[in-house]
Design a protein around this ligand. Structure first.
Ligand SMILES: [Zn+2]
Ligand SMILES: [Zn+2]
Length: 398
């Protein structure tokens, strides 16, 4: 037994009580979360596994849920599966996590028994999980596009999530990271980042960046992950833009492979001049990755005729003015929207890149994380640190 092992006993890990600590959202019209110490533990359905959460990432969506009074679209999304007029039922927030399996439901055990040992998920295993639970039967699901399932239920948005000591997940959503509690492959604070990292991997895979001149708009955690991935996927040049906290973000971005960085607080017309002089092509770059949610107009101005724009960042409100003819049609631009991770090919790509870590990608991800992790009851400090820009990406250790 080493420091990297979490001990499992028997077929079920001992759980001392039936209650747990967690962060819940009680009222969508009020900002903030409520810290609970006596919330019921996650119950495990027949086709599910129960997981003891080791680490959980805080993402932009969680920040939007924290400040839900200011976001009507999000409030509507969180009410999506409620009967019309029904009162909002409090739920546990959080969807990015890794942990140890403590219980396997009956139907899930039957699935496991029919598989070779290396594919079995068993009590004591170290795992991450896809938090989007697809219905499996809608038209996109039946076309191999479960990531855009029309009846998706997202943990931490529609159902209880992972800012808690325990969570339950369908067996098919679980991703094995290490047998018998072995966390050596990917340390838990990076295991908690796999969901977000998967968004960046999905973006890069769709963008086809090899040999291309790429502009990445937004140098937040996902923009920085995209930067290091672009370099590894063989981009010819990488221009990174950002408006806030540029000194730290550009230092990291340059380290990760950005060939030039531009502070967009100087105004976007200057950006257009700059990018065209940098790549010596007045028409624009081959590929633009919009990772900020705030630079849609720039994205379509910066892309060259016949180029590709990949959109991951979520705008805060609908775009009021956008010239489709000028931005897309006359330029013959290919536009791709990215939501979540492909189930489950993106997870497999992510693990191929991170397991064994031949190119030091784990070290890059570690540098995006804040220096210290937070216990759940220090959530107010954690969100304050994210909002002030002191930290870019943080992890709770429930
Ligand atoms: Zn997220
Ligand atoms: Zn579906």
């Amino acid at each position: 037994m080493t420091a990297n092992m979490v001990k499992a006993t028997g077929t079920q890990l001992a759980q001392s009580t039936n209650t747990m600590r967690c962060l819940i959202k009680e009222n969508l019209n009020a900002d903030g979360f409520t810290y609970k110490t006596d919330y019921p533990q996650a119950t495990v359905g027949s086709d599910e596994v129960k997981i003891k959460v080791l680490a959980t990432g805080i993402c932009g969506t969680d920040k939007s849920i924290y400040y839900s009074s200011q976001n009507e679209a999000l409030r509507n999304e969180m009410r999506r599966y409620l009967a019309p007029g029904a009162a909002f039922k409090p739920i546990v927030i959080g969807h990015e996590f890794c942990g140890i399996v403590t219980e396997v439901g009956e139907a899930a055990q039957t699935i496991a028994k029919g598989l070779p040992p290396e594919l079995r998920i068993e009590v004591g295993d170290y795992i991450a999980a896809e938090a989007h639970v697809a219905c499996g039967v809608c038209v996109p699901c039946r076309n191999g596009q479960e990531h855009v399932c029309t009846h998706v239920r997202e943990k931490g948005i529609h159902e209880n999530g992972c800012f808690a000591e325990t969570i339950s997940m369908p067996y098919k959503n679980v991703i094995l990271l290490g047998k018998d509690g072995n966390t050596k492959s990917i340390p838990p604070r990076l295991g908690a980042l796999l969901d977000a990292f998967g968004n960046a991997v999905h973006t890069i895979e769709e963008a086809n960046v090899a040999g291309k001149r790429v502009a990445i708009l937004g140098a937040g955690p996902l923009g920085l992950m995209a930067t290091t991935l672009c370099r590894r996927f063989g981009a010819a040049s990488i221009l990174l833009t950002e408006a806030a906290d540029t000194e730290r973000r550009f230092t990291l971005g340059t380290k990760f492979g950005a060939s030039s960085c531009f502070d967009v607080s100087k105004g976007s017309s200057k950006l257009h001049e700059y990018i065209r002089s940098t790549i010596s092509d007045a028409n624009g770059v081959d590929v633009v990755l919009e990772m900020s949610g705030a630079a849609y107009t720039d994205a379509f101005k910066l892309v060259r005729n016949g180029g590709t724009v990949v959109l991951l960042g979520l705008p805060k409100k609908p775009l009021e003015q956008f010239d489709i003819a000028d931005g897309i049609i006359w330029k013959g631009v290919t536009v791709k929207g990215i939501f979540g991770r492909k189930m489950f090919s993106t997870w497999q790509t992510s693990l191929r890149l991170l397991l064994g870590d031949p190119f030091g990608l784990q070290e890059d991800l570690t540098q995006i994380l804040g220096k210290e992790d937070y216990p759940l009851d220090k959530f107010e400090q954690a969100f304050a640190s994210l909002v002030s820009g002191k930290a870019m990406k943080l992890v709770f250790t429930p």
